[in-house]
Design a protein around this ligand. Structure first.
Ligand code: NAP
Ligand code: MG
Length: 500
């Protein structure tokens, strides 16, 4: 325990010494918003103000898009050899490694997740940048089959100016999932981080410049969705939008594209991911542990959180007892303590949303088995207990709507044939899981689940080679893997007549 306290104090001391980049990053320089306006960037750890950040609006968006367009057209990056782009991205990954503690602290102070998890987020972001750096000089175009009188080349070219609009829950990893493939393929990018957590994205801009990403190729505009975000969505100079966030705002980006220049839009949106637990599962302790991890990690503020468990009634009580015991180990605590598993929710609005859904669950007749309350109020931060509802039916709001907080809904089934129907009865289709020892059943159910990411006898396992994204209203397109490079490039066919 003593070591943990000391470690927490060390992290806190480092946090006190952080300096923040709070201006917009445009054309290789940090500058205030043209209006001079700023907004307060708050920490949910103890409710304190961290910095006054430039509030970019449409005029700043214009400036950034012009700078990105110029950088794209002059070819300094878009026409650089793939080996050059590889070296720069690998050098960015090395700089991120060198600044790992600082990046992790920026995540923790700005959005409240525990420091151990922020360090993991930095590791994942580094792995992502490395993956695309390594990939870019190893992907080839195609030669289409033709008769001998022609040569048909199929090549991929960068799209141009890409706007990346980012949520607050993984303020470094989400930009990395966009920047890795977008920059590797030669585009110029304008990033709009979430208003709740802009600081780490601004730091990445600084590191990218140091690594050799030319001025204008990466721009970061802190600001609000309704102004800066909408201006990017509607801008005629933006060729493509890559968005991660809520389904509701994702829909707006489709509309913006239709109302402006038909820019391509890829969306990674919300989820209400089901886990089916069959009676023949092997080890209920392990299942419970995995599910508790899958819902409470990142305070439940995770797009693919397993927020709906669909469990055979014959093992439901045994399963719930284990879930409740293990979930109790996730009580929120000091985010600077490396032993802490659950930190603060991102802000007061999110706190209120989560608490109001807990009330909805009670009113709908679900049975509260654990948690349900705000805690650590004396810190000034926003903490909610791990919360478990039993006796949930799939038509309740707590089973259908994304809560984006530490709330698990447990739904029982009588007839195993109903399990997949219940799992698929959702507007979302981001992730799903099945637990069973029967390999045939595992394959059949995995195939029947309408979700972009399916886990069998585990949850939230993957690596950079695996695509990530949703079916139905969980999104359009995929992040991660070589497939992500498809959305930042367009196909060109060149037919060469060999007879003339
Ligand atoms: P959000 O409210 O949709 O915001 C996402 C981004 O869109 C923010 O930068 C936001 O700016 C901007 N925005 C908001 N309103 C806008 C508007 N009217 N026009 C243009 N842009 C606008 O989502 P969030 O609360 O930050 O993040 C949580 C959501 O992200 C959850 O639904 C979660 O499931 C989803 N998510 C999905 C994935 C995935 O891979 N599928 C991963 C992570 C998160 P402001 O910050 O100013 O509001
Ligand atoms: Mg913040």
């Amino acid at each position: 325990m003593a070591t943990t306290v000391t470690a927490a104090e060390t992290w806190k001391a480092k946090a006190d010494n952080l300096t923040y980049r709070a201006e917009a990053f445009i054309d290789g320089e940090f500058r205030p918003a043209l209006s001079g306006v700023t907004f307060p960037c708050m920490s949910p750890v103890a409710g304190q103000r961290l910095a006054d950040v430039a509030e970019c609006r449409s005029e700043d968006v214009d400036r950034a898009v012009v700078s990105a367009r110029r950088a794209f057209e002059d070819g300094v990056w878009s026409e650089a050899s793939p080996a050059t782009r590889r070296r720069v991205l690998l050098s960015l990954a090395r700089l991120m490694e060198e600044h790992k503690d600082e990046l992790a602290l920026l995540i923790t102070v700005d959005m409240g997740k525990p420091i151990s998890y922020s360090l993991r987020e930095v590791d994942s972001a580094i792995a992502c940048i490395e993956f695309y750096g390594e990939a870019i000089d190893k992907v080839f175009g195609e030669i289409a089959p033709t008769d001998v009188s022609a040569l048909a080349l199929v090549s991929r070219e960068p799209i141009g100016v890409v706007a990346a609009v980012i949520p607050w829950n993984y303020p470094l990893l989400m930009p990395a999932w966009k920047l890795g493939p977008a920059l590797a393929t030669g585009n110029a990018v304008v990033v709009k981080p979430a208003e709740q957590s802009p600081l780490v994205a601004l730091k990445i801009a600084e590191l990218a410049l140091e690594a050799g990403v030319p001025a204008g190729v990466l721009n970061v505009l802190p600001g609000f969705g309704e102004t800066a975000g909408a201006a990017l969505g509607l801008h005629p100079g933006v060729d493509s939008v890559t968005f991660t966030g809520s389904t509701q705002v994702g829909r707006l980006f489709l509309k913006y594209a239709g109302d402006s220049n038909m820019k391509s839009v890829s969306l990674e949106t919300g989820g209400k991911s089901p886990v089916i637990v069959f009676q023949d599962t092997s080890d209920l302790d392990f299942v419970a542990e995995s599910i508790v991890n899958g819902i409470f990690i990142n305070q439940g503020e995770m797009c693919n959180a397993c927020s709906r468990v669909i469990v055979d009634n014959r093992i439901r009580e045994a399963f719930l007892e284990r879930v409740v015991t293990k979930a109790a180990e996730w009580s929120p605590n000091d985010p600077f303590d490396p032993a802490t598993r659950m930190g603060a929710l991102v802000d007061e609005t999110q706190l209120k949303t989560v608490l109001s859904y807990i009330e909805v669950g009670k009113q709908e007749g679900a049975r509260l088995r654990l948690g349900g309350a705000q805690v650590l109020e004396n810190t000034g931060g926003y903490y909610v207990e791990p919360t478990v509802f039993d006796d949930v039916s799939n038509d309740m709001r707590i089973a259908q709507e994304e809560i984006f907080g530490p709330v698990l809904s447990v739904i029982g089934f009588q007839d195993p044939a109903d399990a997949v129907t219940l799992a698929n009865d959702s507007m979302y289709g981001l992730a799903a899981a099945v637990w069973t020892r029967d390999v045939t059943k595992a394959h059949k159910v995995a195939r029947a689940l309408r979700a972009g990411n399916v886990y069998v006898n585990c949850y939230n396992e993957d690596n950079m080679s695996c695509p990530f994204g949703g079916y139905k209203q969980s999104g359009i397109g995929r992040d991660k893997s070589l497939h992500a490079m498809e959305k930042y490039t367009q196909l060109k066919m060149t037919w060469i007549n060999l007879d003339r």
